[in-house]
Design a protein around this ligand. Sequence first.
Ligand code: PLP
Length: 380
Amino acid sequence: MIMKFGTKLIHNGHEVDPHTRAVGVPIHQVSTFHQDSLEHFGKYDYARSGNPTREALEETIAQLENGTRGFAFASGMAAISSVLLLFSPGDHLVVCEDVYGGTYRVLTTLFSRLGIEASFVDTTDLAEIRKAIRPNTRGLYLETPSNPLLKVTDLAGAAEIAKAHDILVMVDNTFMTPYLQRPLDLGCDIVLHSGTKFLNGHSDVICGFAVVYDPELAARIQFLQNSFGAILGPQDSWLVLRGLKTLKVRMEESQRGARAVVDWLCRQKNVVDVFYPGLASHPGFAIQQAQATGPGAVLSFTVATIELTRKLLEELTLAAFAVSLGGVESIISYPAKMSHAAMPREEREARGITGTLVRLSVGLEDPEDLVADLDRVLNG
Ligand SMILES: *Cc1c(COP(=O)(O)O)cnc(C)c1O
């Protein structure tokens, strides 16, 4: 039976435990499994290689992204770093210039040391991707909408260029989730996630995912996951399975709130720029509409002065001033000192991540209350 996304969140083969008929996946809090025969080991042997609770989560995320295999890791960075181990010394990667700060750090300090070089380019311009490709380019790493300026890259267009050069396309889909955007359907090879954000959605787990369609690529990532060992534990896997069930309603409601906040911000004299791919004036608006079913629940904006920036971060009562996003609670963050702290200042400012930029991840509070809170601080 072909099911729509919301149904798949609830009915994905893991809604009833086959052994007990429990309406949920048991937490298999074990590290090893008894073997019955010297000749034939069972499906599970050691929980780094496979744990039934983690496997239920991995199968669920694979279905949601329209992939064949999913892999759950201890964090988004564990997923990203493990997948980057697909590359070898001498390989070159083309990476979107406003990539997540942690990914920038691991590429420029760790993978660079292993002889894997990265060029950071403005991937919103496909010509820039073409220009950056070298004979040894093996990977294209994208984030769309990107963090924190919500720049949009044409995934199908980028994948077409990459295919012609035998380049693997990786997409960090954290901001969209498979509810709004499915990069594998657009020709990309590997979807990456910080499941810490919208997928789990409750600001209580750190986790990450890699999802692929191609079985041969899946086998290579499974080898890396098992060899490197940065796996997600059973307790956390269960929490994410639970969080995922409400992904559709959370995304819909947070997105509705984000639109209300954006509409209000655009009318304020103390607000200089608003970055949100749902605005018709956003340069990536048309591509966003074509490749995703919504603009998401994250926006960023600049305000008139640094004093106002500080006031906003410290005095809002309905948004936590914190690192992270995608929780049931709204979270306001300061990219220059948080997600992009690892990036050198000149580099950061050249990319528009200035001292008056704040990022807001809209949670599930009533949008009217969020706007009232913003109004009190911005105009009070
Ligand atoms: C948070 C985040 C990451 C890193 O994920 P962790 O779970 O914190 O390791 C990677 N990419 C994006 C876009 C993120 O927001």
